[in-house]
Design a protein around this ligand. Structure first.
Ligand code: PGA
Length: 251
């Protein structure tokens, strides 16, 4: 059985004092949870703080983005080796806010995924359709082509040390969650796509759901057979809510 993973995506929120309280509360509250992995994706400047507070705990941490280049004259960018300096386990690649606001293409996302993986980080590949793509019936096609762009570059075996997060763009930060059936349908399609290349890799792949996950809907989502946890934005900023979501992932 696949272990569930619940990860908080703080986006551009936080500050030294509030982070400390939040991280300590997550450590204390998640210590009693068995059978669920917990992680936080913090803004770059707080990776050091996350490392110092979380190092001796089961809570993992990671960054929300990374450069597609290993090093060089790329002002404002952060490399995989810099993330490794702070012992990140995970890195998000291709979050829809990166794709839509910063114009990251499938090709760039595939580069980031590949570089993260070859450096020993676990990439969390975010995919998802916009509202108009859903309404035109293109959901599976859009999500499949986002995954194919990475598969074509790195091959299916790479997915044995990666995570996929299905995040319908219309559900992110809107309070509008995909129903558990809608999410399950896409998760099953993602797993089937990977299985068409390698059934064993597909069986082990953690596929998270993201998009307005809340304490009130987490249990229903996590009960679906192909939903292996959540990528949580807004609700991950409130310790009690995030911990309630983590508890919903305990089998
Ligand atoms: P949300 O964000 O939970 O606030 O919808 C999820 C995400 O963007 O990862």
């Amino acid at each position: 059985m696949r272990q569930k993973l619940v990860a908080g995506n703080w986006k551009m929120h936080g500050g030294l004092a509030t982070n400390q309280d939040l991280l300590q509360a997550i450590v204390a509250g998640s210590a009693v949870l068995r059978g669920v992995s917990v992680a936080v994706f913090v803004p770059y400047p707080y990776l050091f703080q996350a490392q110092s507070i979380l190092s001796a705990t089961p809570v993992a941490w990671g960054a929300q983005n990374v450069s597609e280049y290993p090093q060089g004259a790329y002002t404002g960018e952060v490399s995989v080796s810099m993330l490794q300096d702070f012992a990140c386990r995970y890195v998000l690649v291709g979050h829809s806010e990166r794709r839509s606001i910063y114009g990251e293409s499938d090709a760039v996302v595939a580069e980031k995924f590949s570089l993260a993986l070859s450096s020993g980080l676990l990439p969390v590949l975010c995919v998802g359709e916009t509202l108009s793509e859903r309404e035109s019936g293109a959901t599976i096609q859009v999500v499949s082509s986002q995954i194919r762009a990475v598969l074509d570059k790195v091959g299916v075996t790479a997915f044995s040390t990666a995570v996929v997060a299905y995040e319908p763009v219309w559900a992110i930060g809107t309070g509008r969650t995909a129903s558990s059936e809608q999410a399950q349908e896409v998760h099953a399609a993602i797993r089937a796509l990977i299985a068409s290349f390698d059934p064993e890799v597909a069986q082990k792949l953690q596929i998270l759901y993201g998009g307005s996950v809340k304490p009130s809907n987490a249990a229903e989502l996590f009960a679906m057979p192909d939903i292996d946890g959540g990528l949580v934005g807004g609700a991950s900023l409130v310790a009690a809510d995030f911990l309630a979501i983590c508890s919903a992932a305990v089998c």
